[in-house]
Design a protein around this ligand. Sequence first.
Ligand SMILES: Cc1cc2nc3c(=O)[nH]c(=O)nc-3n(C[C@H](O)[C@H](O)[C@H](O)COP(=O)(O)OP(=O)(O)OC[C@H]3O[C@@H](n4cnc5c(N)ncnc54)[C@H](O)[C@@H]3O)c2cc1C
Length: 392
Amino acid sequence: MVYDYDLIIIGAGAAGLSLLLALDDAEYIQSVKLVERSLGPKNDRIWSFWNNDSVPRYLKAIVTQEWQKWEISVDDCNYPMSHPYHRYCSIRSESLMNLAQQRVQAKTHFDIEFDIDVISVESTSEHALVTTKSGQLTARWVVDTRPPPLKTHHDGLLQCFYGEEIVTDSDVFNSSTVKLMQQLASSELGIEFIYILPFSPNHALVEFTCFSPTIIERTILQARLKSRMHDIIGSQDYKVERHECAVLPMYSINENTNNKNKRLIYGGIAGGAMRASTGYSFLACQRWAKQCATELSSKPLLSATFSLSPFTPIGSVYQKMDRLMLAVLRNDMHIGVTIFLQMFKKVNPERFVRFMTEQATIIDFICIIWAMPKSAFLRVFLFRKKMSIHGE
Ligand SMILES: Cc1cc2nc3c(=O)[nH]c(=O)nc-3n(C[C@H](O)[C@H](O)[C@H](O)COP(=O)(O)OP(=O)(O)OC[C@H]3O[C@@H](n4cnc5c(N)ncnc54)[C@H](O)[C@@H]3O)c2cc1C
């Protein structure tokens, strides 16, 4: 059977671009086509994560900025954390795209094509057929990283945010510290806070974020940001360089679970890379990309029986803990403030980072669980147990 490409990757986002880079790193010699719906490279988001040994060196080279300190604040009290190695790092989506494009220019068997809107993927035992608005493509394997639509019924929450990257006239930001959750509070919207990534004393990304059971309208998020912005920078003028806005799923997703297609696997959010309790997925995308690239590079080229294994980048312990935590929050949104506060008060920064980046040890898990308000967790745990005994 003759295919157009050995591998087609759908979507040039965190997962798609990371897979392309990991394939390049693994010296993959077969043809790869990455197709993307948008008309060209986007600069629509900044991916942040805590540095650890699993971050590939080519990504460390494009980190826009890194911070040794991060903190949350509740009722005007700050709770800081810091670590000299596990720094909080940010990468702009345009930097990841630039890096991928440079690699593609150096490799004739790799290609990225924009303005390709994929409609469907069908797979037989021997090949996959990708139907786009501009025609059809065939490949031995397809990796689909299109994020699935948001569910209307789910057992978690939604992370709704609107942010602006701004430049102010005078210095207002403390550029040494990331504000992960400033003014953390529960409100009629859910759990809300401001996220500030300070690039310099007068340049920062400032986001109003809300964990909520339902979608919060963009206009509401914008209005909240506007009023909070006044508290943060005062009445001075500021220039908005860029904005970012999203509703991220905080419930478990894995399209690979019921996927019977031998020639197709899902990656990124669709493939279970999103940490349900936080909305972080960039590092999980890297782990998945490395695993997928290693597998593709090591398998015999003409093996008819080989199919890609759907590696789940977030382990089952984290999935279970996240589900329980989200059930606790859904049961009582006010407890959210206590949960995050206790985490910052009682857990040491290194344990916190290992937990956030899915590298926790058993002792780390015990310390995290110990720091939590136990009665709230126990109530939900026992209630769920009772429901499962009664088969509800
Ligand atoms: C604004 C924003 C900020 C975020 N910040 C962080 C962060 O700091 N840290 C973190 O860990 N996570 C963050 N996340 C969450 C998560 O890491 C990102 O959503 C990440 O981009 C998910 O990667 P992905 O590859 O699954 O999806 P995406 O990066 O969204 O990539 C999917 C790609 O598929 C393309 N596509 C969609 N439909 C089609 C189609 N029909 N045909 C062809 N192409 C298609 C899209 O255009 C897109 O480029 C953020 C998310 C957003 C939206």
